[in-house]
Design a protein around this ligand. Structure first.
Ligand SMILES: Nc1ncnc2c1ncn2[C@@H]1O[C@H](COP(=O)(O)OP(=O)(O)OP(=O)(O)O)[C@@H](O)[C@H]1O
Ligand SMILES: [Mg+2]
Length: 254
């Protein structure tokens, strides 16, 4: 039976908060929970693509951005049955300029979603650390935006721009966008992090996901092995956290 893919993008124009790490590990956790998952790497840094061991991509998403033709969509099947990746490459940077001048320049990820819809339960889009047109493309195609925040360097000021961008897209470009939720990443037992965590929860209430991801070395080690943390160490606390996060996502989106 055909399903409508739920599209989630992982967004924050601040760098290094854990957007890519979340896309990969939540992606695997959703797959392990029985869902078919497509990850789209929309970041010219191509960290998601590289973190799975794909370094010099011969084919990237770039030709599709010109043609909208599904045969131009490179698809890496990490797990044949339904854990797939559309890779990025450094050359995607050039799309930042070419897409801006095009009438449909904001709707390219949406076009991908329409091309593959029905096969995947979840499409996860990893955004670049920017409010540029590549990130905008992700938001325009999304059902929900997950703002990944780092418990260490949280800034309310920073976040207000992110939220304004999302609300702008919601009002003008994508009526299907349900809104955003925050995911707290890199938690640990430091007093300062606990205080920041509390402040985020007090400010944003139910818009903060219950699940939290701790700062753990297993997450970094997994990346060093070109793996997600569940494949790297299924019994690790981090693997369990991402599975709990997947459960929360599924309870929300089905
Ligand atoms: N829960 C975690 N525990 C330990 N390390 C983490 C965790 N989450 C992210 N990291 C590390 O923090 C760094 C930044 O993470 P990541 O690349 O996912 O951030 P990002 O938001 O995608 O960055 P960019 O904005 O550059 O795309 C990486 O080295 C990653 O391994
Ligand atoms: Mg990233």
């Amino acid at each position: 039976m055909a399903v409508h893919s739920k599209v989630l993008s992982f967004f924050n124009h601040k760098g290094g908060v854990g957007k890519t790490t979340t896309t990969l590990n939540l992606g695997r956790a959703l797959y392990e929970s029985g869902k078919r998952v497509l990850m789209i790497d929309m970041d010219p840094q191509a960290n998601l693509t590289q973190s799975l061991g794909f370094e010099e991509m011969e084919r990237s998403i770039l030709p599709f951005l010109e043609t909208d033709d599904a045969k131009d969509l490179p698809l890496i099947r990490i797990e044949e049955e339904g854990f797939h990746l559309i890779p990025s490459a450094l050359e995607l940077e050039t799309a930042v300029y070419s897409l801006v001048g095009k009438a449909d320049g904001q709707f390219k990820v949406k076009a991908i979603v329409e091309n593959v819809d029905g096969f995947y339960d979840y499409i996860l889009v990893d955004c670049p650390p920017s409010l540029n047109i590549l990130a905008l493309n992700a938001l325009v195609a999304s059902d929900e935006v997950i703002i990944v925040v780092d418990a260490e360097k949280f800034s309310l000021n920073n976040l207000s721009n992110v939220i304004k961008t999302i609300e702008g897209v919601q009002n003008r470009l994508n009526r299907e966008l349900q809104g955003y939720r925050l995911l707290i990443n890199k938690m640990d037992n430091l007093v300062i992090k606990k205080e920041i965590n509390k402040a985020i929860r007090e400010s944003f209430g139910t818009k903060v996901m219950q699940a939290e991801i701790h700062d753990r070395v297993a997450v970094v080690e997994a990346t060093g092995q070109n793996l997600d943390v569940i494949s790297y160490s299924a019994d690790s606390s981090s693997a369990k956290e991402y599975l709990i996060l997947a459960k929360e996502v599924i309870s929300y989106h089905g």
